[in-house]
Design a protein around this ligand. Structure first.
Ligand SMILES: [Zn+2]
Ligand SMILES: [Zn+2]
Length: 397
């Protein structure tokens, strides 16, 4: 990778944009073969007793090996196997949280999340409540949220993101990642592909509504995006170097969000659409779809909609001349450049197909009527000025 954790950490106080950013609490980062053994040695130097938060799949993928390495190093550990819900999914809900809290006795010094984003969210929330750190051991390059401080939890059927804590260290063993189910790799690729429209919405929000912005951090997220796109053919053949690059891109995207302190760099209209679909699936009790798969499908939809309607909506908004649209007057050229940075929806879908992944909402079981409805309400889910919000406010959809 052509960035280092230390370089990123320095941006908290020394970014070319001149603004202060948030400090990155991550103390150690390893993405390489044999990182599990490194994790055990790192934990041994700091903690005498830990709880491994995992499920039956991630225990087989990495948990057993990590537990053995911890035993070899003389670290006491307990396994907390999070149980799936009635539909067979492991979810970050109140039952899973209580399971992790019960497994964590008063002498436990840290939690170790071994697994997916969901297991990380459970460990993130439980460790934060118990005022102990947590160590991240991802088992698949599936999402960019491993290093996040926010934990999206489903409580009484409603999904809400709680501010908790980022991991103190992250160990991603490429020997483990390369054996991850292909759907999880597709999802990780999809989460990064979504940055095409996240970055465009972030730049648009800055000029249309004065949303906070940093061109340097936007450049780093674009680097993560381009790194992942360049790996498409390698990912299609499940090559180890491609999987590793994808994981590094996901971590970079996550660390940029930590620095910025908000999700702007990595979440725009496409994420809002994906959240809307997720909530509808929760309401109707349907089995959840991997986050990154929804994000990529939503990115294709959003790209089509933005290319079709934003330019005329901006012209309309400028003619109407009310706040916040007045700020767009004279900036039509900048908006055109932002739109020019978004590939066509067909291009987004072709990228997903190139790695063998589903690309359309219909391929994920998301019906046309839900897509149409979500385009008209998803902008209300977050208080952010996106192009999706402009299109709704100007009745362009
Ligand atoms: Zn900056
Ligand atoms: Zn995401």
């Amino acid at each position: 990778m052509n960035w280092s954790l230390d370089d990123l950490k320095r941006l908290a106080t020394d970014c070319p944009c001149g603004q202060p950013h948030q400090a990155i609490p991550l103390e150690h980062l390893e993405v390489r073969p044999g990182a599990l053994a490194k994790a055990a040695a790192w934990i041994r130097a700091r903690y005498g007793r830990v709880v491994l938060v995992m499920d039956e799949h991630t225990r087989a993928a990495a948990g057993d090996a990590l537990a053995q390495a911890l035993t070899d190093h003389g670290v006491l550990w307990t396994a907390c196997l999070i149980e799936p819900n009635g539909q067979g999914d492991v979810v970050a809900d109140e039952r899973s949280i209580v399971q992790a809290l019960i497994a964590t006795g008063p002498d436990v010094e840290a939690l170790v999340a071994v697994g997916s984003g969901t297991l990380h969210d459970i460990a993130r929330f439980a460790s934060s409540k118990m005022r102990i750190p947590f160590v991240s051991v991802p088992t698949a390059p599936s999402v960019d949220g491993f290093t996040s401080a926010g934990a999206p939890l489903i409580v009484r059927g409603i999904k809400t993101t709680y501010q908790t804590q980022a991991p103190i260290a992250l160990f991603a063993d490429t020997d483990v990642l390369e054996r991850a189910p292909k759907e999880l790799v597709w999802a990780g690729f999809g989460d990064v592909i979504g940055k095409f429209t996240s970055l465009a919405d972030w730049a648009f929000g800055a000029i249309a509504a004065g949303e906070p912005y940093c061109a340097h951090l936007a450049g780093l997220t674009r680097e993560a995006l381009e790194t992942a796109v360049a790996q498409a053919d390698g990912l299609a053949r499940a090559r180890t170097d491609a999987i590793r690059s994808l994981m590094e891109a996901l971590i970079l995207s996550g660390l940029v969000m930590l620095l910025f302190g908000q999700s702007h760099p990595a979440s725009g209209g496409e994420h809002h659409l994906s959240h809307d679909w997720e909530m509808e699936f929760l309401r109707s009790g349907r089995r959840q779809i991997l986050h990154g798969l929804k994000v990529a499908a939503a990115c294709g939809v959003i790209a089509d909609v933005y290319h079709a309607h934003v330019e005329s909506a901006v012209a309309e908004a400028v003619r109407a001349g009310q706040a916040p649209w007045a700020s767009l007057a004279g900036r039509e050229e900048e908006v055109r450049a932002i739109l020019g940075s978004i590939p066509s929806g067909d291009h987004v879908r072709a990228l997903m197909r190139r790695i063998g992944a589903p690309a359309e909402p219909s391929e994920l079981g998301i019906e046309r009527s839900l897509v149409t409805a979500s385009l008209k309400r998803a902008h209300k889910l977050r208080n952010r000025y996106t192009m999706l919000r402009l299109l709704n406010e100007t009745n362009a959809l």
